[in-house]
Design a protein around this ligand. Sequence first.
Ligand code: ARG
Length: 464
Amino acid sequence: MTDKPWSGRFRTQIHPEVERFTESVSIDYRLALQDIEVSIAHARMLVSTGIIAGEEASQIIGGLEEIRNEVVSGAFRFDPALEDVHMNIETELTQRIGEAGKKLHTARSRNDQVATDLRLFVREELERLKTELRTFMNIILERAEEHIDTIIPGMTHLQHAQPLSFAHHMLAYFEMFRRDLERIEQGEKRVNQCPLGSAALAGTPHPIDRFMTAGELGFSEPLRNSVDAVSDRDFAIETVFICAMIMMHLSRMAEEIILWNSQPFSFIELNDSYSTGSSIMPQKKNPDVAELVRGKVGSVYGHLISLLTTMKALPLAYNRDMQEDKRPIMDSLDTINRCLRVFCGLLESMELKKQEIERSLSGGFITATDVADYLSGKGMPFRDAHRITGEMVSALIRDGKTFADLGIEEFRAYSPLFEPDILTIITPAVSADRRTSYGGTASQRVREALRDARAFLGDQGHET
Ligand code: ARG
């Protein structure tokens, strides 16, 4: 059995069950590269402040670089008996370089170390997430640009409400993801503060330079309070919340794709390579990718609640409960990245069935609001206009007809305010195009919105 770094105070070996129970390296091995980066920055600071000798620092850094190569190549073997990634790397370093390795842990603790590693990990993951999200938003935009003049039935209560440009509908999602992107950028500011040098909780008597290590590691500044620095995980909770929000938005889109793909709608055809079949029903082509995205939201919401709950009653400062933070954070980020990537292909390759969409628009009374708006536009109080239009709809349903079946005289029987132009106004395309209010679905507004969205993504592209 391996001797623990803390073995000085202990008389018996750890129980094997406890060893298995307390280890975290099976999960936090993913922090190895961040851990090495943090240790190198720490060693540089220790030598520049005169806490260790130059020769010791070069040995430490050389040893850590060797270990880093092995971690990258996959040759490094993590040992669960050494509990976590931090002790695995430190122990290996000392085995390789001897005495100098034992000085690396001067003026730090695993408590500030793990918090720093995790912030670096989250920072990198958020960068990646932003790239994935921008790629996805770009595809949303491309699909929107193709379909400015494709009119779909806009829904409320999942019932035909008013005609919409498909582009306008897609741009609604674009706006949601735009806010998600902003949320990531705002969150990153809080992630990018450095706990290192807070040591166990109270700071250290050694003459360290926390501004130097923060700078070396690309943080904007050291965290102001050493107790807060090792106790808090709100940056992680916020990250998982952002993942949950993006997943929720994705899931709504997934739900619509599932509906549109179903026979009652038949608005889209999914690409074969993004669908799956049934093992018993030969006719089926299922939207499993969209369903799985919708399904995976559950685990990310769960991670958010689990992290919040883990933290809610912890007295300051570090408690071992906090080791449970890695899985929710890592799994949320993995899930969101995988979902976004697969969704890009799904959205990019799906086809709109324009004829089916048009057919669905002709059946009902999706332009009823236009009829009421027409009358109120001619001076009739809107409430009266609403009632008269309602009476028309009711009579038409009774006769098995729609507005399109009426001639001008039949309209005029309901109100002398109707003029022949009503006959075009009740067509879905004209209805949509008349909604020229700011943020509305008229094609001229949609074109403006598309230009704005393009400019946003363009600026985003330059920023990185
Ligand atoms: N593996 C631990 C974690 O992830 C590292 C910090 C351990 N600190 C301690 N005082 N036992 O939280």
